[in-house]
Design a protein around this ligand. Structure first.
Ligand SMILES: *Cc1c(COP(=O)(O)O)cnc(C)c1O
Length: 377
């Protein structure tokens, strides 16, 4: 019989905290404050403490979190925003939707924005007298981007820096947590993200009281001190109380899940590192990933995927196309500078393996053995 493995196993997680979640939801139902209730306030406080930020503000989803962050920085039409070419579409989508222009930067072997290419592009734009607004970095697959370098560049060239940590929550550089880098950080609570709820949700983080107050207004139709005194053009982007209640239970087991995933990543990497056709993910020293994905670069990718599928092992390609290669963002190609070699090359060979805190030893062994078998042919 074939062992069927889940790519992400939210069912096993749910079994662990079933009772707590049911009680938490039932408390919300009884109190009847379904949007921005007390649980939302408690969650914001806990997440601010967890990340080391002064302010956390819940919102409707991770895409809105980026939108609120860029709106709070007063992004304008035709502003230039430097961002990674290798990410989930939402990152660049928001830039374009707000009328700004994404300038794509290549990645390095960590899959995150390359600080060398970033500086090269900043200088090229400066030299042609183009005004840059800011940098939107991404913590891809759970690994924080090289934020010390990015923050240094942002500071020395007078740019803002927003950290899209939709996949990065729980990651660290030394003792500094994801969602603490740059001027504003954002995250997503989409179920499959490192810290997921049971629906859509997101949050924005900042140390600036002014930005926090502005986002509080923007997320509720630009409200002033009173709900019906509107002082800004904003959005409807609030967090549901039930989702906050779910997250308050999930945050209690979150660190143990990240630890578990780190152990699994070590097991994967030590078993697969010796295979010539495979490059295992690189975590720079001092960095901790929260392993939103465990992503290899492989040869004969499609063949391997088919073979593993037949053995009950699901795999996914994150991401088959870079931002510059999407039809939707094609109109920005005239603004691009230099090549985007790594990202375009990596998109052709990346493959993500099952990764969640509830993979058993037998399942991990099975996955590694099947990959070893495939490449021994
Ligand atoms: C998931 C994701 C988003 C968007 O989050 P949603 O909650 O789905 O809107 C943004 N950026 C990245 C990198 C993501 O992975």
């Amino acid at each position: 019989m074939i062992m069927q493995i889940n790519f992400i196993d939210l069912e096993r997680q749910q079994q662990r905290i079933e009772k707590e979640i049911a009680e938490a939801i039932s408390r919300v139902l009884k109190k009847g404050q379904y949007i921005m209730g007390q649980e939302c306030v408690d969650l914001e406080q806990q997440l601010a403490e967890y990340t080391g930020r002064k302010y956390c503000l819940g919102c409707a989803n991770g895409t809105d979190a980026i939108r609120l962050a860029l709106a709070a920085l007063n992004i304008k039409k035709d502003d230039l925003v430097l961002t990674t070419n290798f990410t989930f579409f939402a990152t660049s989508e928001v830039i374009a939707e707000l009328g700004a222009i994404p300038i794509f930067v290549d990645i390095d072997e960590t899959y995150n924005i390359c600080p060398i290419d970033l500086e090269r592009k900043i200088l090229a734009l400066k030299n042609s007298n183009k005004k840059i607004a800011g940098i939107l970095s991404v913590d891809l697959f759970g690994l924080p981007a090289k934020h010390k370098d990015i923050d240094r560049l942002a500071k020395s060239y007078g740019l803002w820096h927003v950290e899209d940590a939709a996949q990065g929550f729980g990651g660290k550089i030394g003792n500094d947590s994801a969602c603490s880098f740059g001027d504003i950080s954002t995250t997503s609570f989409f179920p499959a993200k490192p810290l997921g709820c049971y629906g859509d949700g997101g949050a924005v983080f900042t140390d600036s009281l002014e930005v926090a107050e502005y986002i509080k207004s923007l997320r509720v139709h630009g409200k002033g001190t009173h709900k019906y005194e509107n002082i800004n053009i904003g959005y409807n982007s609030r967090l549901d109380t039930i989702q906050a209640a779910v997250l308050l239970e999930k945050i209690k087991i979150f660190d143990s899940e990240v630890d578990e995933k780190n152990k699994i990543a070590v097991r994967y990497s030590s078993a697969l590192d010796g295979i010539d056709e495979i490059i295992v993910p690189k975590i720079p020293s001092g960095y901790t990933s929260s392993w939103a994905q465990y992503t290899l670069r492989v040869e004969r990718r499609e063949e391997l995927m088919d073979y593993l599928k037949g053995e009950g092992i699901p795999t996914t390609i994150y991401y088959p196309k870079t931002m510059s290669q999407t039809k939707a963002l094609n109109s920005f190609s005239k603004y691009q500078l230099g090549d985007l070699k790594n990202s375009i090359e990596f998109a052709d060979s990346v493959l993500s393996l099952p990764m969640h805190a509830y993979l058993t030893d037998d399942e991990i062994t099975h996955i590694c053995n099947k990959i070893l078998t495939f490449y021994s042919f």
